[in-house]
Design a protein around this ligand. Structure first.
Ligand SMILES: Cc1ncc(COP(=O)(O)O)c(C=O)c1O
Length: 380
């Protein structure tokens, strides 16, 4: 059968490629972004309890009300802002599904979507599948600061959406309040939708404050926020997340969501609603990962890898520029096959595969794994 691909330039993702290579060569895998330690047994027990209590059939389309209500209370407590649990919050199969559904609900043929590179890999294919055009704002290594004049120059009357991600995967940088104000200034008075991917909202370091789009009234009125329980509660395999937006936007979102996934895992929603009643379950996360970041960085001190400490997420990028001028994908493959350590080359997230000799390492790993990884890095 002959068919023309809707995504001719897309192959297997780098995460699958590097994890398969890590498996084949029995390498330590700091490539894919998931913890290699267990999540809280209390939460697992709550899922069992929900299953045994009979929450085994379809949840409501927009999500179990108790969970939406718990999230509305969390936004109120953390950001002093309100999302109506009935009309402005939807529970999703991870942030990935929320992002895909948001883009599908709004992007039409030739609409332009601005994204900041290095960018997480699920944004662009969703834009392409819907006939839209991704417009890249390439951030410069090593600081990845946003040049707002560049953003201004790229906004046109066909700009339909701007996708932001703070804390940012893969760079480990964050948006400052000034960045959010710039974003507001550039988009006020327009209908440009902001998709604010905030999956790492609870993993932010050095007493920095997470700049959620919901903190800025005008931005909030045009924004979707996407979030992931997997990142926050150490269970990425559950694929549970949610999105929030003002009612008019959420109405359009749900038109697609109801046919895209209809509703998501019911017992986990019931369990998460109860687990969220205790704020320490997410408030302690930044401290927990800051210790992991500090440990990893202190362990690699004195190696030839250079870095600026990550400000958020559970990723640390390291420059190998003083070691080799090899293309980053080749260097990452060799690090895996010859030295037994897998990481992600940053070029895959950049415009035209720009290679700055930088790799991304996930430090959501046991201390023992981080020590073994650092040992390898010292010998490179
Ligand atoms: C920036 C970013 N957005 C979205 C996702 C997807 O989250 P989920 O696993 O909940 O689909 C990830 C996962 O790595 C991510 O890093």
């Amino acid at each position: 059968m002959r068919h023309s691909s809707k995504l001719p330039n897309v192959g297997t993702t780098i995460f699958t490629v590097m994890s398969a290579l890590a498996h084949k060569y029995n390498a330590i895998n700091l490539s894919q972004g998931f913890p290699n330690f267990k999540g809280d047994k209390k939460l697992i027990d709550l899922v069992s309890k929900a299953m045994n209590s009979g929450y085994n059939q379809y949840a409501p389309m927009s999500g179990s009300f108790v969970l939406r209500d718990a999230l509305a209370n969390k936004y109120d407590a953390l950001y002093n802002t309100s999302y109506h649990p009935e009309t402005e919050i939807t529970i999703t199969a991870g942030a990935t599904q929320a992002i895909f559904t948001i883009i599908t609900a709004f992007i039409k043929e030739n609409d332009e979507v601005i994204l900041f590179r290095p960018a997480y890999d699920c944004y662009e294919p969703a834009v392409t599948l819907n006939g839209g055009k991704s417009i890249s704002v390439q951030l410069e290594a090593p600081a990845y600061k946003i040049d707002w004049n560049d953003v201004r120059a790229k906004i046109s009357n066909t700009t339909k959406m701007i996708i932001i991600n703070t804390p940012q995967n893969p760079s480990g940088t964050i948006f400052s309040e000034a960045d959010m104000i710039q974003l507001h200034e550039l988009t006020k008075g327009t209908d440009i939708i902001i998709l604010s991917d905030e999956v790492y909202e609870h993993i932010i370091f050095d007493n920095e404050k997470h700049q959620s789009a919901c903190l800025f009234t005008d931005l909030k009125s045009r924004s979707f926020i996407t979030a992931s329980f997997g990142k926050t509660f150490h269970n990425t395999g559950w694929k549970m997340g949610y999105c929030c937006a003002p009612e008019a936007l959420m109405n359009e979102y749900r038109k697609v969501h109801q046919f895209n996934v209809f509703s998501v895992n019911h017992p986990m929603q019931i369990a998460l609603a109860e687990y969220l009643q205790e704020p320490s379950h997410y408030k302690e996360l930044s401290g927990f990962y800051q210790e992991k970041r500090n440990l990893f960085l202190s362990l690699i001190e004195g190696s030839k890898f250079e870095f600026i400490p990550s400000k958020g997420t559970y990723f640390q990028i390291l420059s190998y520029a003083s070691i080799s001028d090899e293309y980053d994908l080749d260097f990452a493959k060799r690090l895996t096959t010859e030295n037994g350590l897998a990481a992600i080359p940053l070029s895959v997230f950049n415009e035209n595969r720009l290679d700055n000799k930088v790799l991304r390492f996930c430090f959501a790993k046991t201390d023992d794994t981080l020590k073994k990884a650092a040992d390898i890095l010292h010998h490179i």
